[in-house]
Design a protein around this ligand. Structure first.
Ligand code: RTP
Ligand code: MG
Length: 141
């Protein structure tokens, strides 16, 4: 296993539920370190560009509408096997299918309002980290 970085987003539903800290605790207690973080409101253009791979999917419009409905918290997580580990902590996309004890099983209410995003491959992680952070905004730990 190698030390990796992955891009994580706490989505508007979870920010609205005031559970940023609870989600950060999941990362920290599983040896993922937060090496960059910011809160922001995504515009349609920024949310659409982030999810560009889904542009032709039927849920794209709802996805962009949801991601722009309130502030999000965006962070870079670093640790051993960080990309797969974060996906495991998140659970399945649909919270009803997410394993017990995962972030989505515990905090998400629907496939749209599913609390968190996490990069799904090294290529996505590199692209998504660069989408939100300049190299100077990522802190060595
Ligand atoms: P994410 O990208 O947000 O981490 O989620 P994911 O990898 O688990 O799921 P992905 O397939 O990349 O889909 C991105 C987001 O689009 C919404 N979605 N809705 N209605 C649907 O069938 C559907 N499928 C996906 C979800 O909010 C998902 O997180
Ligand atoms: Mg995805």
């Amino acid at each position: 296993m190698a030390v990796e970085r992955t891009l994580s987003i706490i989505k508007p539903d979870a920010v609205g539920k005031n559970i940023i800290g609870k989600i950060y605790s999941r990362f920290e207690s599983n040896d993922l370190q937060i090496v960059a973080a910011k809160m922001l409101r995504l515009s349609d253009v920024v949310a659409g560009g982030f999810y560009a791979e889904h542009r032709e999917r039927p849920f794209f419009k709802d996805l962009v509408e949801f991601m722009t409905s309130g502030p999000v918290v965006v962070q870079v997580l670093e640790g051993e096997d960080a990309i797969a580990k974060n996906r495991e902590l998140m659970g399945a996309t649909n919270p009803q299918e997410a394993a017990a004890g995962t972030i989505r099983a515990d905090f998400a209410s629907s496939i749209d309002a599913n609390a968190v995003h996490g990069s799904d491959s090294p290529e996505s992680a590199a692209r998504e980290i660069a989408y939100f952070f300049a190299a100077s905004e990522i802190c060595e730990r």
